[in-house]
Design a protein around this ligand. Structure first.
Ligand code: FAD
Length: 625
């Protein structure tokens, strides 16, 4: 292949999926000349799996990214067609927004966002090689022979790297949705000695809406009052579509069990490790033999298409078996297959090779983001892309690295889990992964992170002012409720007893009433004549704080204790072999991962509390720096 000099950029982003998009936009918005490459421009921002944004733990990531100045939340509010707040029946620590997206509109939105971004070149072209100079990245090469000089590269290759798709016996080198796989780059990265491993994920079939009997299913409408993802979205989103609920049957199970010998997964053909929390249907049948039926959501792929997504029926069984499975399900007896389900195996990096900035420890200027780092999910990818893009830019601008802690955010928790603990399967975010989920709620991401987004230069000061104004109003209203009495009255007595809670014959503070589980902020309006007219998002914060104050204060204390540990920095060149009291396993793990601080050290698997004590004693003896 004849090569030619195609130009110079500061940052090259390989991949225009959910990670690459956020990385490129962040870097270009920080003033760096950036180029983003994708194998196919028509697949920018593609959703190869469920056409949805958010979900448990994922909704928190989208909101945090929005507060920091990322794009996904605004794209979601512009392109989603059905909204639900999950876990509403539980406490606010696990409330998570999830919205059905119009897949084509989402792609078009994101492609336009890239096309219109200053300092950014959007380019179709497969990157086949990286080149180093003095151990740092210096060039990328496209399959066409184009050579770009670069100062940093962000790898966000998703499920394309040495991708292989499997539909029963039909196995071929491929990326998702029939796109071609990135084989050459995979080989180049292996030769460079990157620690790559093989992961796998899968997707369910798509069927035609005209072939579905919706009468035989349960309707799943959106919420009455949908909430937007973005804190800057003023107009409340509207539900424009519905989902449906159905169940697999004994017959579906029998079809799987009778044809398990044709399953690439149970035939040992698939080598990659799949996500535990998103198992294929055949795995569900084998793993839960007593379960009679499994829940399926029939989800629209968009407003201008008849394609439906059968969520919960991810499989790599042969196509003829897939059709039998579908037609054994109530409402799908005459289902017409539009796209077969498939599994995809791909290469990704061992994230223990990364710094918390997502730069590789061994190759300066080379960053990883998204599925390439061993995670799974659009939201997990987007936040890593943002962090990698910001850090690549800040390093070139000679600025401090951008690292969020576990106590500040789910983003910090995700990245710390990946680079400190590693992962042996595609990593999916869940609220249970955070030890601080009561303070890291999806509703207060703006309070926690907008200031940081502003300091980064990615959030305009007016937005920070609006957020600070909002939380001043929250604090003022809480003070007012704490100091305003609700006098006893027959109306109040009847209302309280009507709600199954006791009367207050001597009256009480409004805040004390709100602390009662049976009562909500809106309920108290008739007994609170001086109430100011507050926006719903302020009222929501007031209610959460008043109801959960005790728990939140306790968790904030835990955060304080945690941050004390995080502030005990460990020098990068520490000789762990020389520290007495450390066990051999801990010496090896600490030397390999080189934690930035005592907190990160304490989360490395194989480093015990006794090892941490030995480290603390050693730190005490170190001269002040
Ligand atoms: C079949 C399937 C099922 C999935 N199921 C789930 C699931 O159930 N749950 C879940 O959470 N997630 C699932 N996912 C994962 C989800 O799609 C990804 O997590 C998400 O898309 C990752 O975003 P990303 O930006 O890292 O990569 P992607 O969105 O995959 O984007 C990768 C980008 O890199 C580009 N690219 C790759 N190599 C090169 C190269 N050499 N040169 C130039 N461009 C290149 C591609 O063109 C593309 O633009 C599934 C994915 C697939 C394919």
């Amino acid at each position: 292949m004849t090569e030619y000099a195609a130009g110079q950029v500061d940052i090259a982003v390989v991949g225009a999926g959910h990670a690459g998009i956020e990385a490129a936009l962040a870097a270009a918005r920080l003033g760096l000349r950036t180029a983003i490459f994708t194998i196919n421009l028509d697949a920018v921002g593609n959703m190869p799996c469920n056409p949805a944004i958010g979900g448990t733990g994922k909704g928190q990531l989208v909101r945090e990214l929005d507060a920091l100045g990322g794009e996904m939340a605004q794209a979601a509010d512009a392109c989603c067609i059905q909204y639900r707040l999950l876990n509403r029946g539980k406490g606010p620590a696990v409330w998570s927004l999830r919205a059905q997206a119009d897949r084509r509109r989402y792609q078009a939105y994101m492609k336009q966002a890239l096309e219109r971004q200053e300092n950014l070149l959007l380019r179709q072209g497969e990157v086949t090689a990286l080149r180093l100079r003095d151990g740092a990245v210096s060039q990328i090469v496209l399959e066409t022979g184009a050579v770009f000089d670069v100062k940093a590269v962000i790898l966000a290759t998703g499920t394309y790297l040495a991708g292989r798709t499997l539909v029963g016996e039909c196995i071929r080198d491929s990326g998702p949705d029939g796109m071609h796989a990135a084989v050459s780059l995979g080989e180049c990265l292996r030769q460079m000695g990157l620690p790559l491993r093989r992961f796998k994920t899968g997707t369910p079939p798509r069927i035609s809406a005209r072939s579905v009997d919706f009468e035989r299913m349960e309707l799943q409408p959106g919420d009455n009052h949908p909430l937007p993802f973005s804190f800057s979205t003023e107009k409340a989103p509207e539900n424009q579509a519905v989902c449906h609920l159905t169940w697999t049957t004994e017959e579906t199970k029998r079809i799987i069990l009778e044809n398990l010998d044709r399953s690439p997964l149970y035939g040992g053909v698939i080598e990659g490790v799949g996500p535990r929390y998103c198992p294929s249907f055949e795995t569900k049948v084998v793993r839960f033999p007593d379960k009679q039926r499994h829940q399926l959501f029939i989800e629209p792929m968009g407003l201008d298409t008849d394609e439906l997504y059968v969520q919960g029926l991810s499989t790599s069984m042969p196509e003829d078996i897939q059709i039998q499975m579908l037609r054994s399900i109530p409402g799908l007896e005459r289902a017409e297959l539009m796209r077969p389900a498939y599994a995809i195996e791909y290469d990704c990096l061992d994230p223990l090779a990364l710094l918390p900035t997502l730069e590789l420890k061994t190759i300066p200027g080379l960053y990883g983001a998204g599925q390439f780092n061993g995670s799974s999910g659009y939201e997990e990818a987007a936040v890593q892309g943002f962090v990698a893009g910001v850090n690549a830019a800040r390093k070139l601008l000679g600025q401090e690295p951008f690292i969020l802690s576990r106590s500040q955010s789910y983003i910090g928790t995700l990245i710390d889990d990946l680079v400190t603990k590693g992962t042996n399967e595609p990593y999916r975010m869940m609220t249970s992964r955070s030890e601080y989920r009561l303070v890291l709620r999806q509703d207060n991401a703006d309070e926690r992170l907008t200031k940081i987004g502003c300091e980064l230069g990615l959030v305009p000061p007016e937005r920070l002012e609006a957020v600070e104004e909002k939380y001043r109003a929250v604090a003022a209203e809480i003070r007012r409720l704490e100091h305003t009495g609700a006098p006893p009255s027959p109306a109040l007595r009847d209302f309280l007893t009507g709600r199954g809670t006791s009367d207050v014959p001597d009256g009480c503070r409004l805040a004390d009433l709100l602390r009662r589980p049976q009562l909500h902020y809106a309920d108290l309006a008739p007994f609170d004549p001086a109430r100011p007219d507050l926006p719903p998002e302020v009222a929501e914060q007031v209610e959460i704080w008043v109801k959960y104050e005790g728990y939140i204060r306790r968790q904030l204390q835990q955060v304080e204790d945690f941050e004390k540990m995080e502030r005990r920095c460990l020098p990068a060149d520490t000789d762990y072999a020389a520290i007495t009291g450390l066990r051999l396993e801990a010496r090896e793990k600490l030397a390999a991962i080189r934690p930035l601080d005592l907190g990160q050290a304490s989360r490395i698997s194989g480093v015990s509390p006794a090892d941490i004590t030995a480290l603390m004693i050693w730190l005490e003896r170190q001269p002040e720096t």
